[in-house]
Design a protein around this ligand. Structure first.
Ligand code: MRU
Length: 337
């Protein structure tokens, strides 16, 4: 089932990623052998999702080392290329984390870096399974041991990780236990990670779902159609403030009003304990054309200005719990990470 989706793999001295810009109508793999190629795949979201970006960053350091050897980069050039990779997208802490995990091993040689990167990928898969179990137990305990209607935003599944996923991993675990009635997947404007990617994964896993425009989420929540909402995270501050795909904050506010659980499910590698709260999280602002055009067709007057943040920050006071591979942090009771 969906765990066989391999968003990112290392093979034959190259990174192979599923080109997520083409899903769901075409399933194509891209071979990446150069740092530049990897940066552009990351920036156009061919490979995306915080944990997958962490693994991409780690494998990318191996590509940088290989390129340094063939293109005769000196150590300054190598270092600046690795910095460029680390900073390719600013919000998900995992990308910098993945790079920083393996970078200190460069002095031990390429194989040491590659082994560490592979270990990160393997650890990510295990952490997905742990989050799946902890999150599923938490929801059934809190809501009741019955099939649930759950709402999710963006894509947090196998495409966003190297395993089953974070929030979507919890949903898959609940489905295995026969405890999913239906998943309400927000389409996730403007790049449609919900309708293109989450729906693709849910249909492959044969989990009942429906897609709704992001604007329908508050209504679905306030009219009692869902028992809880769960999302992933790109960066979680020490106090629990969580950055995730734009639109997550609106879902959290509606859950707060409806008094239903709003869970953030993410690996410990998404927790940035160097920041006390979410106010210093750098939010990526993306191109106007993502808003003014749909599939290349102009949808707004020539020259229309846009506001296109890729992420928002949900304050901890609207989060019920944060689930990591270690445990459930009781954010509503004032716990920090
Ligand atoms: O811009 P994207 O598609 O990389 O944004 C992804 C998200 O916001 C995900 O919810 C987040 O990275 C968690 S993935 C397990």
């Amino acid at each position: 089932m969906s765990s066989q989706i391999r968003s990112i793999q290392w093979r034959d001295d190259a990174i192979y990623v599923i080109d997520q810009t083409l899903l769901p109508t075409a399933e194509k793999t891209i071979e990446i052998k150069h740092v530049d190629q990897l940066i552009s795949a990351i920036q156009k979201l061919a490979v995306r999702g915080a944990p997958a970006l962490g693994v991409a960053g780690a494998y990318g350091v191996v590509l940088a080392l290989d390129e340094a050897a063939t293109a005769h980069w000196d150590s300054d050039r190598l270092s600046s290329e690795i910095d460029r990779l680390r900073d390719a997208r600013p919000t998900a802490v995992n990308l910098a984390w993945g790079v920083n995990q393996v970078r200190p091993l460069i002095s031990q040689g390429r194989e040491a870096v590659l082994n560490a990167a592979m270990n990160l990928a393997q650890a990510d898969q295990l952490s997905n399974l742990a989050m799946g179990n902890i999150g599923a137990d938490w929801l059934l305990h809190r809501i009741g041991d019955r099939p649930l209607n759950l709402l999710t935003h963006c894509n947090t599944g196998s495409l966003a990780t190297t395993g089953t996923g974070t929030a979507l991993g919890v949903i898959k675990e609940l489905a295995k236990r026969g405890k999913i009635k239906e998943v309400f997947a927000d389409e996730t404007r403007p790049l449609l990670q919900g309708s293109r990617l989450t729906a693709w994964e849910l249909s492959k896993a044969q989990i009942p779902y429906r897609i709704q425009p992001d604007g329908a989420a508050a209504m679905a929540i306030l009219s009692g159609k869902v028992d809880a909402a769960l999302i992933g995270a790109d960066r979680i501050a020490k106090n629990g403030d969580s950055a995730n795909k734009i639109g997550s904050l609106g879902v959290a506010l509606a859950c707060h009003i409806a008094k239903i659980p709003f869970l953030v499910v993410a690996p410990e590698s998404s927790v940035d304990r160097s920041i006390a709260d979410g106010s210093s999280i750098h939010i990526e602002i993306r191109a106007d054309a993502e808003i003014t055009h749909i599939a290349g067709k102009q949808m707004a007057p020539e020259g229309a200005k846009t506001f296109n943040p890729a992420f928002d920050v949900t304050p901890a006071r609207f989060i019920t719990a944060v689930i990591t591979e270690l445990r459930a942090y009781d954010i509503e009771a004032g716990e920090s990470l």
